[in-house]
Ligand binder design. Structure first.
Ligand code: DC
Length: 237
């Protein structure tokens, strides 16, 4: 009987809207791994704050959020095709967490240490059995510092804004390209300059600038790296 190939964890970090989830999902599908969108977890916490009016002019109501964070059950349910939906306390919040409002709320709550600690604990549990492709901002540096494959994705702000604008327009969000670009720059600043686990490339992360690469080219690139590390011959599906 053939021995099952040993599984690894893969960390994909990078700026917002640079296509992390596309490459992470593609790799997970090809390798038969589980894809985990860590940003969705911060978005769920952000949504919780929006719903409970915990975000005000003076920032997040930390006192109330701190009291409820450990009771917030955030999980993913995967369907047969490997697509995942985010659940918060048993409710499917996948659509609601994808708005710009939820993204901004996520960006605020993700600066708080106690929120990060709670999410990192959950993420590490999810990766305990290996076989996980997780994308985010601190996966290679904090969540899985021992991940066997780490990638840091970049693309120019203008290209990211264009991609994101198209995505939001399809969903019917009324917003201009300039607004999307301003939002991306604001989030880049917050992600890279926050005190807690700022976005940065891990020393051992491979750098991929996908500004001028197709999805196919990115997938080919990451599969080559995956095969090099695991000794497998996994092909694009
Ligand atoms: O990747 P995203 O846009 O869905 O992430 C939403 C917010 O959560 C974003 O502002 C950055 C933050 N985030 C984080 O701080 N750490 C992660 N591992 C993932 C996301």
């Amino acid at each position: 009987m053939m021995k099952a190939p040993h599984k690894i964890n893969i960390a994909i970090d990078g700026y917002s809207s640079c296509g992390k989830s596309t490459i992470a999902k593609g790799l997970a599908q090809a390798a038969g791994y589980t894809y985990i969108d860590s940003g969705a977890m911060y978005r769920a916490v952000g949504l919780y704050c929006l719903r409970n009016e915990l975000l005000g002019e003076n920032g997040v109501n930390e006192h109330v959020l701190r009291a409820s964070i450990d009771d917030l059950a955030i999980e993913f349910k995967h369907d047969r095709n490997g697509s995942a939906a985010t659940y918060m306390n048993g409710e499917n919040v996948e659509c609601e967490i994808r708005t710009l409002e939820a993204a901004n709320a996520a960006s605020q709550v993700s600066t708080l240490r106690f929120v990060r600690e709670a999410m990192v604990r959950l993420q590490q549990l999810m990766g305990k059995q290996k076989g996980v492709v997780m994308d985010g901002r601190d996966i290679g540096t904090v969540v899985f510092p021992d991940a066997e494959l780490k990638v840091f994705l970049t693309a120019s702000p203008e290209i990211r804004a264009e991609r994101r604008y198209k995505e939001l327009a399809t969903k019917g969000e009324k917003i201009t390209l300039e607004e999307v670009l301003a939002n991306i720059k604001e989030r880049d600043d917050r992600d890279t300059q926050r005190a807690e686990s700022p976005l940065k490339r891990a020393d051992d992360a491979l750098l991929l600038d996908n500004s001028h690469l197709t999805v196919q080219q990115q997938l080919d690139w990451i599969l080559k790296e995956f095969n090099r590390i695991t000794g497998q011959n996994t092909k694009n599906v």
